[in-house]
Design a protein around this ligand. Structure first.
Ligand code: HEC
Ligand code: HEC
Ligand code: HEC
Ligand code: HEC
Length: 239
């Protein structure tokens, strides 16, 4: 912003990082206060992911379609009674809510690719027409784990068909209204929305030792077992 004197380049970042101010139009204001504006600290909210209705391509760079969801009556009411009525309606007839916010696309690795694959155009890098940024989608696709790559030298016993199998492990949540019986042991669960991985930096900066711990445990958790089993296989092969 300092370099260009406008928010054009930052708008590009916002497609993945600041979806709320971006689509609300707040970001277009050249004086947008990226620290104090009410939308600035929203981050990736529930509706950021759950209002995405279409994955346009797997080229990344936020190439998704997001739509304003159709809500039950009184969804935004500040009147306590009307807000209560809204919640009751959602619970009484959750199929509509579910159809709006949970689509088959959410189960696909392509959904995650929209933000987890970055290419940086010349306008931003002032060096080359195309520079690859971080890309977790192709690395997944080109690994043995996805079952898509013929050149891998090791494969897990069963392919991992999406990112969620590892990064959204099932978690017991008996009282969560969204919980369901997903696996064989008849206990209501949800998919973990912490998205555990390797990066403990943000949690550390925010002073959240319990979150740091959960990220650290990820590598030894059963959900990552496909990963660690493959790694063990590689290690034993090389001896
Ligand atoms: C296509 C989507 C996309 C675009 C566009 C994008 N990013 Fe990111 N960025 C990500 C994702 C996904 C991560 C998390 C990667 C990880 O943790 O390994 C990330 C991580 C980061 C981090 C590190 C945060 C951390 O947790 O350590 C910074 C800082 C960052 N981006 C800044 C920017 C800036 C500045 C721009 C614009 C010039 C930008 N990003 C554009 C998707 C994007
Ligand atoms: C709207 C864009 C967007 C979508 C869609 C998205 N992510 Fe992210 N994701 C991000 C950004 C931005 C970050 C970095 C957040 C930060 O560090 O503050 C991130 C962080 C992560 C991290 C933590 C990385 C780390 O270093 O610890 C994981 C794991 C992750 N995402 C997995 C997924 C998976 C799996 C999906 C698909 C179900 C997905 N993401 C969909 C934008 C997105
Ligand atoms: C087989 C399990 C598995 C699958 C499938 C998988 N991941 Fe990961 N992912 C991991 C593990 C384990 C790590 C931590 C690796 C490490 O740094 O040691 C990780 C790390 C990450 C990180 C953090 C990288 C960083 O630089 O800090 C992101 C972001 C991420 N994965 C996103 C994705 C996305 C998006 C997909 C699907 C396209 C995906 N992962 C598929 C197991 C998996
Ligand atoms: C980074 C994207 C992302 C964000 C942000 C996100 N979700 Fe999800 N959510 C998903 C995906 C992907 C699934 C489907 C996982 C699957 O079935 O593999 C899901 C599933 C769900 C489900 C169905 C039950 C389940 O666990 O499968 C509910 C309910 C839900 N999310 C609620 C929320 C709420 C509430 C928030 C905000 C606090 C939120 N989500 C934020 C990606 C996201």
């Amino acid at each position: 912003m300092k370099r260009d004197g406008n928010v054009k380049a930052a708008r590009w970042c916002a497609g993945c990082h600041d979806v709320v101010p971006f689509f609300s139009g707040a970001f277009d204001d050249p004086n947008f206060d990226d620290v104090n504006h009410p939308t600035a600290q929203a981050g990736i909210t529930c509706t950021t992911c759950h209002a995405i209705t279409h994955v346009n391509t797997t080229r990344g760079n936020a190439d998704y379609t997001i739509e304003e969801p159709i809500h039950y009556p009184f969804a935004f009411s500040t009147n306590k009674l009307l807000a209560f009525l809204n919640e009751t309606m959602v619970k009484a007839k959750p199929e509509f809510h579910k159809k709006t916010f949970l689509k088959p696309l959410h189960k696909s690795a392509e959904f995650c690719s929209t933000c987890h694959k970055v290419s940086i155009p010349y306008e931003l890098n002032h060096y080359k027409e195309f520079l690859r940024g971080q890309n977790h989608y192709d690395t997944y696709l080109l690994s043995g784990v996805s079952g898509h790559n013929a050149r891998s030298f090791y494969y897990p016993p069963v392919a991992q068909l999406n990112c969620n199998g590892c990064h959204m492990p099932l978690q017991v949540a008996k009282n969560d209204f969204g919980a369901q019986i997903f696996d064989t042991n008849n206990i209501r669960k949800v998919h973990d929305h912490l998205f555990p991985a390797a990066n403990t930096g943000i949690a550390h900066l925010r002073g959240e030792p319990d979150i740091v711990k959960r990220h650290a445990e990820f590598l030894t958790a059963p959900s990552a077992s496909t990963f660690s089993e493959s790694r063990k296989a590689v290690e034993s092969n090389s001896h």
